[in-house]
Design a protein around this ligand. Structure first.
Ligand code: NDP
Length: 450
């Protein structure tokens, strides 16, 4: 718990005791507490009304069994959860993750982060997260369909367009959302905006697929513009090659940057010429259609593949971690800094270990934490909900402009709460956490003891 004040340590000791064996949840809360506790000390009403204790306890956790039949006719069983974290400022909202590592601690960390991210978007969205330890890798489309249908059979009773609106995350993309939505519609006999990330033919929004990646790049651009700089000509590292990574690469190179890496859980490719044009189109087809592995890119385009490694040792100006939590260790952070990184913009949720995050903050680089930098996805999900409620569809240009505008506002809130008088440096971690906190906390104060 390096870097924590005595008050933070005391709060964290209680939280760890109440939530044993959930290290990533502890980590997410600690990052938040380090930023917010000093602010609460200056505004004692939050302390007097136990806001922090209440905010770190989910409203509700639903756990259930999912039974489905594989292609060989064998009955399989997985565990699933929905963590409805906080609905103070709107219906619960947050993705579903399908990955063998999913457990309650991971979903609590993600639901907690989601609460403040959603608050930053300026939209009326509460925070939630869900998922299952189901592994879609190597499963046929029919198996994934049967799993999704079985999961929705239970989940349906807990969600609704005014209650809780799930979306995608790792392992849950357009295919899974379609199967989930089809089952919900059948069970409830209602066509509503109960999920986001839907297909365009059945209530989806333009730009939703691209939104997290595009939004992440827009946030990096805002930070650079604030310092009188731009992405043009910058060398960028991206990790991952899923939804967030692919559209981060797409927008970054459209804005003049050169993206030289992409990865998956097998390793990373280093393409010094840049992943762009036909190469990017091929990579999208590889990952979105054929569900292939990243080493195939290296074979196809004759560049280096580093098995079992992450890309952070490659010199760069900007790093976009877009794969998963804790993918930048303190050592990786040191290496990035030693190689001159100027911007770290988090597309994935909590990709940097706490010690690494402290190093970025101390080095005063432009470091955007996930809850600000990857809020573009939930922003366009919120816009999808608005379009569903209005029963109309906005154009691509309209949605993109609204996304840019909201990212600008998120950046503005970070500057407001993350600036120190007399210093040009913005502490985006402090700014994002305090700005996200105030809106939710004030709603909770207004509700009294609930
Ligand atoms: P995808 O499933 O589309 O892609 C995930 C990518 O990360 C894949 O390339 C995957 O490789 C890699 N990856 C996953 N787990 C690991 C691991 N343990 N080690 C190394 N690589 C790994 O997911 P998304 O792109 O949707 O999500 C990526 C991140 O962005 C997550 O942190 C998610 O929470 C966050 N996020 C997503 C949003 C969205 O709109 N989708 C919104 C906001 C945040 P492999 O295929 O080999 O597993």
């Amino acid at each position: 718990m390096d870097g924590a004040t005595p008050l933070v340590r005391e709060f964290m000791a209680g939280l760890v005791e109440r939530n044993p064996g959930e290290p990533v949840f502890h980590q997410a809360v600690q990052e938040f507490a380090e930023a917010v506790i000093p602010f609460i000390e200056k505004h004692p009403r939050y302390r007097e009304e136990s806001i922090l204790e209440r905010l770190t306890e989910p409203d509700r956790i639903i756990t259930f069994r999912v039974c489905w039949e594989d292609d060989a006719g064998r009955i399989r069983m997985n565990r699933a959860w929905r963590v409805q974290f906080n609905n103070s400022i709107g219906p619960y909202k947050g993705g579903l993750r399908f990955h063998p590592t999913v457990d309650l601690g991971i979903l609590k960390f993600l639901g907690f982060e989601q609460t403040f991210k959603n608050s930053l978007t300026t939209l009326p969205l509460g925070g939630a997260k869900g998922g299952s330890n189901f592994d879609p890798k190597g499963r046929s489309d029919r198996e994934v369909m049967r799993f999704c249908q079985a999961m929705m059979t239970e989940l349906a009773r807990h969600i609704g367009e005014h209650t809780d609106v799930p979306a995608g995350d790792i392992g849950v993309g357009a295919r899974e959302i379609s199967y989930l939505f089809g089952r919900y519609k059948q069970i409830e006999n209602r066509f509503t905006g109960v999920l986001t990330g839907k297909g365009l033919a059945f209530g989806g929004s333009l730009i939703r697929t691209e939104a997290t990646g595009y939004g992440c790049v827009y946030f990096a651009q805002e930070m650079l513009n604030h310092r009188g700089d731009s992405l043009d000509g910058k060398t960028c590292l991206v990790s991952g090659s899923g939804n967030v990574a692919l559209y981060t690469i797409e927008r970054a190179q459209e804005l003049g940057a050169r993206v030289v890496t992409a990865s998956d859980s097998g390793g990373f490719v280093h393409d010094p010429e840049g992943i762009e044009g036909e190469k990017l189109a091929w990579l999208k087809e590889l990952k979105e259609v054929r569900r292939g592995r990243i080493h195939e890119y290296a074979t196809k385009f004759g560049c280096d593949y580093h098995e079992g490694r992450r890309p952070w040792g490659v010199p760069c100006d900007v790093a976009f971690p877009c794969a998963t939590q804790n993918e930048i260790s303190a050592r990786d952070a040191q290496e990035l800094l030693a190689n001159g990184v100027r911007v770290v913009c988090e597309g994935a949720n909590m990709p940097t270990e706490l010690a690494g995050a402290h190093l970025f903050t101390e080095a005063e680089i432009l470091y955007a934490p996930a809850k600000a930098a990857n809020a573009g996805g939930v922003t366009v999900s919120g816009l999808e909900q608005s379009q569903n409620a209005l029963r109309l569809s906005w154009t691509r240009a309209e949605v993109d402009e609204k996304l840019r505008e909201i990212i600008r506002k998120i950046h503005g809130q970070c500057v407001t709460w993350g600036s120190t008088q007399g210093s040009p440096t913005v502490d985006y971690v402090r700014g994002a956490n305090i700005a996200g906190f105030i809106k939710v906390a004030d709603a909770m104060l207004a509700y009294g003891c609930v």
